[in-house]
Design a protein around this ligand. Sequence first.
Ligand code: FES
Ligand code: FES
Length: 160
Amino acid sequence: MAKVPVQFTLNGSETAEFVESGTTLLNALRDKIGDTSPKGGCHQGSCGACSVIVDGELKLSCLMLAETCSGADIRTTAGLSDGGVLHPLQRAFLDEFATQCGFCTPGMLMAAKTLLDHNPNPTREDVVEAISGNVCRCTGYEPIIRAVLTAARANSQNAS
Ligand code: FES
Ligand code: FES
């Protein structure tokens, strides 16, 4: 199959690769670029495990072709922490026991980050809506909702 060039910014770094035409962004990230933080669950847009942020919007990387992402700004959970310092969302997920097996966690973090980037003071309903496309089989969702609200509170206290 023909190879096509893809070039985008991944977590702030310029990234360029050749992938087979038709390769999903998920597979390009995991198999070619080595960022395994987006997870492959259903590969058909149903579970949210592969969620990444593309140009500020939450996207399912299993449904995007890598070749359509040239020039994009892509953010994954691998780029959330700042050096050794956890992002407030990661800290809150740990503190609230919002991760168990962890398979859904990177996608949940991307959904939560997209929410807080657009709406720094969400209601519980806003959080439920924001993570409604992400399946978690372990936590029962309540710890995740608490963690997102905790991170939002921490962010607003740091800002004040
Ligand atoms: S792997 Fe993309 S939505 Fe499930
Ligand atoms: S922590 Fe296991 S699927 Fe969410």
